[in-house]
Design a protein around this ligand. Structure first.
Ligand SMILES: Cc1cc2nc3c(=O)[nH]c(=O)nc-3n(C[C@H](O)[C@H](O)[C@H](O)COP(=O)(O)O)c2cc1C
Length: 201
C-alpha cells in the first residue's frame, strides 16, 4: 500500500481546505491509502524541545511524515503568505536536520482553496519553496488554486466532491504526486542531501 499523508492548513471547523482534503483522499487510486494528521495539535516550534525533551505529538508527526510515501497539503493563503500553522508544522518536521530530517526525499504536492477569485498562489509557492529547501520533493511546474472555492463544491449522491473542471485539476495534481512517488524522485534528492551532510564533516 502506498500511503499519502494529508495535512490541512486551516483549523477552522468548516474549513474549505479540510473539505478539499477529504475530496482529494477519496480520489486516490487503488493501492493508495489516505492518512490524516491534525497539525493543530502541534505546539509552537521551540528548538529547546529537542532530543529527550521532544514532545510526543512532535515525534508522532515526524514519524507520520517519514513513514508516508507522499504528502498532500491543502492550505489557505493568509495575508498573501503561507499560514503560520503550516510553517510551524514544516519547522518541526525539518528538525533534527541531520543526518536526514523527516522531509528529506519526501514528495509533496499542495492545493490552496480560497474564497478569493484572484489570490492564493503566493501561499502555494511559499510552501513548495520551503518544502524543497528542507530537502523535500515538490511538483513545481503545475499549481492548483481552487479560487471562489465555496461555489466549486457539489454534492454527488450525498458525497461531497468538486464540479467537473475543478475535479479534473485536482486529479491531475494528485497524479503528479503519484508520479513523483512511482518514479522514486526522492532518491536523487536523498543522495544530494547525504552528499551535503558528508561535506559538513
Ligand atoms: C487572516 C486572514 C487572511 C486572509 N488572507 C487571504 C489572502 O491573502 N489570500 C486569499 O486568497 N484569501 C485570504 N483569506 C481568505 C481565505 O481564503 C478564506 O478565509 C478561506 O476560507 C480560508 O480557508 P479555510 O476555509 O480552509 O479556513 C484570508 C483569511 C483570513 C482569516
Amino acid at each position: 500500500m502506498t500511503t499519502i499523508l494529508f495535512l490541512v492548513g486551516s483549523l477552522r471547523r468548516d474549513s474549505l481546505n479540510a473539505r478539499l482534503a477529504r475530496v482529494a483522499a477519496r480520489e486516490l487510486p487503488e493501492g493508495y491509502d489516505a492518512v490524516f494528521f491534525d497539525i493543530g495539535t502541534l505546539p509552537f516550534f521551540n528548538d529547546d524541545f529537542r532530543g529527550e525533551d521532544t514532545p510526543e505529538v512532535v515525534r508522532q508527526f515526524r514519524d507520520a511524515v517519514r513513514d508516508a510515501d507522499g504528502v498532500f497539503i491543502t492550505t489557505p493563503e493568509h495575508n498573501y503568505a503561507l499560514p503560520g500553522v503550516v510553517k510551524n508544522a514544516v519547522d518541526w518536521a525539518s528538525r533534527p536536520m541531520l543526518p536526514r530530517n523527516s522531509i528529506v526525499g519526501t514528495p509533496m504536492n499542495a492545493a490552496v482553496a480560497t474564497i478569493s477569485a484572484t489570490n492564493g498562489i503566493r501561499s502555494l509557492s511559499d510552501l513548495k519553496r520551503i518544502w524543497a529547501n528542507c530537502g523535500g520533493v515538490t511538483v513545481n511546474s503545475f499549481d492548483f488554486v481552487l479560487q471562489s472555492a465555496p461555489a466549486k463544491f457539489i454534492d454527488q449522491d450525498g458525497v461531497e466532491t468538486l464540479e467537473p473542471a475543478s475535479l479534473k485539476i485536482l486529479r491531475f495534481a494528485l497524479g503528479n504526486l503519484e508520479r513523483l512517488i512511482e518514479h522514486k524522485a526522492g532518491e536523487v534528492i536523498e543522495a544530494n542531501w547525504d552528499a551535503f551532510v558528508e561535506n559538513l564533516k
